[in-house]
Design a protein around this ligand. Structure first.
Ligand SMILES: [Zn+2]
Length: 277
């Protein structure tokens, strides 16, 4: 889970102008210009509900492609603006690339490097008014976006997953994921399991939100997958250097991760704790 700073120079207006540059056909060009302010009003509603995070208050609406979403633009028009003009035409693509390259790792799982897809935090099928809103476009790895999140959105506060642009810094600079580690013994392999353990002083809602995030993106299974390989290597290393304090091996791994909930950091903290007692 990684916090992202939004690129302040990429606004809804920047994206509308980029799309407009490449639209040759009327009436889409005309309708987009006409509805500039209307899209801006929707953008304000979105932003208004992010401090604090209350995006669940905006309700998704099922519409057909021909239904109007703003005064002149249909759901189909807005989908085309995103999937064609923003994602495939030169001016839009350039902005898309900048938004993507703003994330060095997937902010939802913090596992994959250089995420290649953009997730609509509020899915464009039910919230087409935010199809090209940069605040709603979050870089994400393919797995998080297409396998786990898909069209998920929260309609109650407790299920609101973490929004990498807007959520409180405490979700990112506090450790809320822990690991259980049982060392390997004779022929028995070691056991590593990750679980959610938020600070006691967090509200019930915050605790439920991080649990939801953890479950939705299947963090337990995905972290364990990486950890099972790593833990064997660490155990070997500890055996080889059994006369040295374990901190010599583990501290450099713990300290290299700034992300408090990085699986490797969490795992090494737990190994240290178990082997020191
Ligand atoms: Zn991911």
């Amino acid at each position: 889970m990684i916090k992202l700073n939004r690129l302040k120079d990429i606004t809804l207006q920047t994206i509308i102008e980029a799309c407009n540059t490449d639209i040759k056909k009327e009436p889409l060009k005309h309708n987009l210009t006409q509805d500039n302010d209307n899209l801006g009003l929707h953008a304000n509603i979105y932003k208004h509900n992010t401090f604090p995070m209350k995006l669940h208050l905006i309700k998704g609406i099922k519409r057909s492609d021909t239904d109007l979403v703003t005064n002149n633009l249909t759901k189909g028009d807005l989908n085309k603006l995103y999937t064609y003009y923003f994602s495939q035409k030169p001016s839009g693509k350039q902005i898309r690339y900048r938004i993507l390259s703003n994330a060095k790792k997937c902010p939802f799982c913090s596992l994959s490097h250089n995420p290649k897809t953009l997730d609509h935090f509020l899915p464009k099928t039910l919230f087409p008014q935010f199809s090209i809103l940069p605040e709603n476009l979050v870089p994400a790895c393919k797995e998080c976006n297409e396998e786990f999140k898909k069209t998920f959105y929260a309609d109650v506060e407790d299920e609101q997953i973490l929004h990498p642009y807007f959520d409180d810094i405490k979700f990112y600079n506090t450790q809320w994921i822990k690991a259980k580690y049982i060392p390997s013994h004779k022929d028995e392999p070691c056991i590593v399991e990750f679980y959610v353990s938020p600070p006691n002083n967090w509200s019930d809602t915050d605790k439920k939100r991080v649990q939801k995030h953890f479950d939705l993106f299947q963090i337990k299974e995905r972290y364990s997958y990486f950890a099972m390989d790593a833990v064997g290597v660490i155990e070997e290393q500890l055996k080889r250097c059994k006369n040295e304090p374990i901190e010599t091996i583990l501290n450099p791994i713990i300290e290299k991760h700034h992300n408090r909930n990085d699986w490797e950091r969490v795992l090494c903290l737990e190994i240290k704790e178990v082997l020191s007692t």
